[in-house]
Design a protein around this ligand. Structure first.
Ligand SMILES: [Zn+2]
Length: 154
């Protein structure tokens, strides 16, 4: 895939850049991802599955700490930005840092949604919507299975 993309760029230098513009820092083959992740996390991160609402580990989780990418360990969200959305998925008003995630338009299932991906490994995390609470008005709706949790030091 990557080679083809390079080739396409080489033959069409005037084309606007694709997003993401750079390869992800963490690159693994499909077999490596499958071996490294639980079946549930593999399905979400690498095959864009969505866990059932109210089924994951973190929708009703209120400890203080940081939520990391289950694929690569990158800090993605913090408990300070987490809120109870009532959807059954962990929800945040913003990522832990501006470059923790990337957002792409997802036109699957006949909808136009904003897909949230880990900036470091490209893993699928969930979607972001514009019906969140202050201060951002954004609702990052994330699959628990894409995350691991690291509690703050007491
Ligand atoms: Zn990641």
């Amino acid at each position: 895939m990557y080679l083809l993309w390079m080739l396409a760029c080489a033959t069409a230098p005037a084309a606007p850049p694709q997003t993401p513009t750079a390869p992800h820092a963490v690159q693994k083959t499909d077999a490596e991802w499958r071996a490294a992740l639980s079946p549930e996390s593999y399905g979400i991160l690498r095959q864009k599955d969505t866990e059932r609402a109210f089924s994951g580990s973190y929708w009703n989780h209120h400890d203080a700490g940081t939520y990391l990418c289950a694929g690569c360990g990158q800090p993605l969200f913090t408990s300070e930005d987490k809120f109870d959305s009532g959807t059954g998925w962990p929800s945040y008003t913003r990522p832990a840092s501006a470059d923790a995630v990337e957002v792409e338009v997802d036109r699957s299932y006949g909808m136009s949604r904003e897909e949230v991906l880990c900036h470091r490994c490209g893993g699928h995390l969930g979607h972001v919507f514009d019906d969140g609470p202050p201060p951002t008005g954004r609702r990052y709706c994330i699959n628990s299975g894409a995350l691991t949790f690291q509690a703050s030091a007491p």
